[in-house]
Design a protein around this ligand. Structure first.
Ligand SMILES: [Zn+2]
Length: 91
């Protein structure tokens, strides 16, 4: 089964309750509940590099990477997520 990631923070979404919500209460299938609630980003000023700097220490532990390896992988991964691919839609 294909893994679904939050397109903002990269977290894996394991169940429908993990998705964010729109203003009308429907689920948003792009972003997780931590990132997106009631039609808004919870941290609208968040930058790509802030997300990356949160992931790097986690991946160093989980995947047993060096700082440099984790930084390169996290940058590649986060740059592919929809929130960060374009500056037009969600800035
Ligand atoms: Zn998220």
């Amino acid at each position: 089964m294909l893994k679904e990631y939050c397109q903002s923070c990269g977290r894996v979404i394991n169940n429908p309750g993990g998705w964010g919500t729109e203003a009308d209460g429907s689920l948003n299938h792009d972003f997780c509940r931590k990132c997106y609630v009631d039609g808004w980003f919870t941290e609208p000023r968040l930058t790509r590099w802030q997300i990356i700097s949160r992931i790097v220490p986690l991946w160093m532990k989980e995947k047993n990477l060096t700082y440099r390896e984790a930084l390169i992988e996290a940058n590649y991964f986060i740059s592919g997520l929809r929130r960060w691919q374009t500056t037009k839609m969600w800035t």
